[in-house]
Write a protein that binds this ligand. Structure first.
Ligand code: NAG
Ligand code: CU
Length: 234
């Protein structure tokens, strides 16, 4: 009986997790799984698990294998990620981009150091009253895909695009937030002459006790700011 309950609990836990294996380009075309998105570690790619240590190198791309392919995208157009089995926990979804240096291979470039700027953030919506763990507060909760607009003035070229869904349901204490992460590989065309920033590092950009990584059960929160720098508006 105990074993049976344990098994049901584990199965429910596994179902509640997710991953981001493919891109949605221009609001329509979906790439195949793990082709223009770097394959994540088996804990995510097979088991749908999350990163919870903000100091881990897994905070970068949760990467298991090098990339394989690069998708062509257009500045000013939407770029999305499909959440395989849906975004099953409440919290913000954010998008970061890092320009691949000219001399580097996009499939193997590590994107270490201060190379990432925030390109999009879908965070809590204050609709009056307290914020809660509901779809009304978190627009991405239970969605099958999330997207942002590639900044119009971003210089054309090759970029890694990092999607991050921060799950706050167990984040009552530092270290409880979960990060569902993967990195797409894109060649941006039709860009401009902007200078994206500020640039931050993963790991490094977040601290376990950042207010945006803590979600007290009570009293209910009335405001929330997602962690990391401001979105570069281009
Ligand atoms: C990126 O797109 C541009 C414009 O189409 C093209 O000239 C360039 O070769 C592409 N680069 C890569 C690495 O695909
Ligand atoms: Cu989960």
């Amino acid at each position: 009986m105990l074993l049976y309950v344990w098994f049901l609990t584990m199965a429910a836990t596994a179902r509640a997790h997710y991953k981001f294996p493919r891109l949605v380009i221009g609001g329509q075309a979906e790439t195949a799984d793990w082709v223009s998105v770097r394959l994540t570690k088996i804990t995510n790619a097979r088991d749908n698990g999350a990163v919870s240590d903000v100091n881990s190198a897994d905070m970068r791309c949760f990467q298991g294998s090098p990339g394989k392919s690069t998708a062509t995208v257009t500045a000013g157009e939407p770029l999305g990620f499909v959440a395989s089995s849906g975004i099953m926990h409440f919290g913000p979804c954010q998008f970061y981009m890092a320009r691949v240096p000219e001399e580097k291979d996009i499939n193997t470039w590590e994107a270490a150091g201060n190379v990432w700027f925030k390109a999009g953030s879908i965070s809590a919506v204050q609709t009056g009253g307290a914020l809660s763990g509901s779809e009304a507060t978190w627009p991405t909760y239970h969605k099958k895909q999330v997207s942002f607009t590639i900044p119009k003035n971003i210089p054309s070229g090759r970029y890694l695009v990092r999607v991050e869904s921060i799950a706050l349901h167990l984040a009552q204490n530092p270290g409880g937030a979960q990060f569902y992460i993967s990195c797409g590989q894109v060649n941006v065309t039709g860009g401009g002459t902007g200078t994206p920033g500020p640039l931050v590092a993963f790991p490094g950009a977040y601290k376990a006790n950042d207010p945006g990584l803590i979600w007290p059960n009570s009293p209910p929160r009335t405001s929330y700011t997602a962690p990391g720098p401001a979105v570069w508006e281009g």
